[in-house]
Write a protein that binds this ligand. Structure first.
Ligand code: MN3
Length: 256
């Protein structure tokens, strides 16, 4: 499975392919990201797809793959409608701004405060939404590693005591969000770990950190199945995190 760094590289490559048409770029990006023919078809008919450098990555599994923990209908709506809207609106925000059309998303979010004022809020919300959700789908798997390994396991033990305490911390970070936002495990890229939360679609990238795992606690992420029981949703979410992916992200984050 592709990790986030690869996904964002793909986005950067896609953004750089400025001479190709929007549809072709979109198809190329999906092919690079390993989407199946069925996934490409689904993405190709995503509602009101705006031409532009950014494309909706396919869900890396079927919408029902994470049942009974996360329900198929929520996964489908969350990916096909909510994430698609962030991508489309980000494309609209950067349209006609060549510097931004070519800029990798990570770079845009790290430098959010240096962006022109007339696009800053749109990139913050829509670019943050695209980045956060792209990381989200690839963090989950029905059959992934149930516990961290390698350097991440060691860092969790020295920072939090043990994996159970980290999970308690993630639940607390997710519970601490008032309104819409995300709970995070993040790193500084030098081996340290931190639990944090952000409002709306803000990313740890915006404060110079690297997100390893984000829990989306917008109501659209859980309301159909869990209604107001956010803590129940977070507990189920944590059952389908692929800790192999998160462990790899942590190792990669220290490679500069
Ligand atoms: Mn969401």
């Amino acid at each position: 499975m592709m990790n986030r760094r690869d996904a964002l590289k793909t986005l950067a490559l896609t953004a750089g392919a400025a001479t190709l048409g929007g549809a072709l770029r979109s198809r190329d990006a999906l092919a690079q990201m390993g989407g199946t023919a069925a996934m490409k078809d689904t993405a190709a008919v995503a509602p009101a797809a705006a031409a532009g450098p950014f494309t909706l990555p396919p869900l890396p599994y079927a919408p029902e793959a994470l049942e009974p923990h996360l329900d198929a209908r929520t996964m489908q709506i969350h990916h096909d409608l909510h994430h698609a809207a962030y991508v489309n609106n980000l494309n609209k925000a950067v349209a006609g701004k060549p510097d931004l059309e070519k800029m990798p998303l990570d770079q845009m979010l790290r430098g959010i405060n240096a962006l022109p004022e007339n696009v800053r809020t749109a990139v913050r919300n829509q670019g943050g939404g695209h980045s956060n959700h792209s990381l989200l789908w690839t963090s989950l798997s029905a059959s992934g590693a149930k516990e961290p390994s390698g350097a991440l396991k060691t860092a969790i033990e020295s920072t939090f005591g043990d994996f159970g305490k980290l999970q308690d911390g993630l639940k607390a970070a997710a519970a601490a969000v008032f309104g819409s936002g995300w709970g995070w495990l993040s790193t500084d890229g030098k081996g340290s770990l931190k639990l944090e939360y952000t409002a709306n679609q803000d990313s740890p990238l915006m404060s110079g950190r690297i997100p390893l795992l984000g829990i989306d606690v917008w109501e659209h992420a859980y309301y159909l199945k869990f209604q107001n029981k956010r803590a129940d949703y977070v507990a189920e979410f944590l059952q389908v995190v692929d800790w192999n992916v998160i462990s790899t992200r942590f190792t990669d984050s220290q490679k500069g």
